[in-house]
Design a binder for this molecule. Structure first.
Ligand SMILES: [Zn+2]
Length: 154
């Protein structure tokens, strides 16, 4: 990975300095419930794969809604097959650092067909809906994580 790419990514240290450790105090200050049935008319109706509600970091709400609106405007909404989670306090699988899911600033989608270390199946246009909205895609990593989108800055 080039330094240029590295610089663009949010590290777990950056997340620690902004949000603190992902505990109850963090949750009280930063976490919120997003109700997809009440956003943009009813996002859940247009993108049925969405849950009714999701528990997320306040910082991800704007970029996430932008990405979903991009999916609708650019006709990629049917490509979202499953919502596979956001908030999950855990180390990066097999690695010695915390996943950005620990602060709920990352989401996983279409996990069944975009497994860790596997060739991603998301279309370029679908991915661009997210990257244009302020996400970094895990599908470009050396150890590909095609299901994974995380905030590209905090
Ligand atoms: Zn992920």
């Amino acid at each position: 990975m080039s330094n240029k790419t590295k610089k663009k990514m949010v590290t777990s240290q950056m997340a620690f300095s902004k949000y603190g450790s992902p505990d109850v105090t963090f949750e009280r200050k930063w976490m919120t419930v997003i109700d997809f049935t009440k956003k943009a008319g009813n996002l859940k109706k247009l993108i049925p794969a969405l849950p009714d509600r999701a528990y997320v970091n306040k910082d991800i709400v704007g970029p996430l809604l932008d990405a979903l609106n991009n999916l609708i405007e650019r006709n990629h909404r049917h490509e979202l097959k499953t919502w596979d989670g956001c908030f999950n306090v855990r180390p990066k699988r097999g690695l010695n650092s915390m996943s950005l899911h620990s602060w709920a600033i990352a989401i996983d989608v279409n996990a069944a067909t975009n497994g860790l270390g596997k060739q991603p199946t998301l279309s370029e246009g679908f991915v661009k809906c997210f990257t244009d909205a302020g996400f970094h895609w895990g599908g470009t990593w050396k150890r590909r994580d095609g299901m994974h989108f995380e905030l590209s800055k905090i």
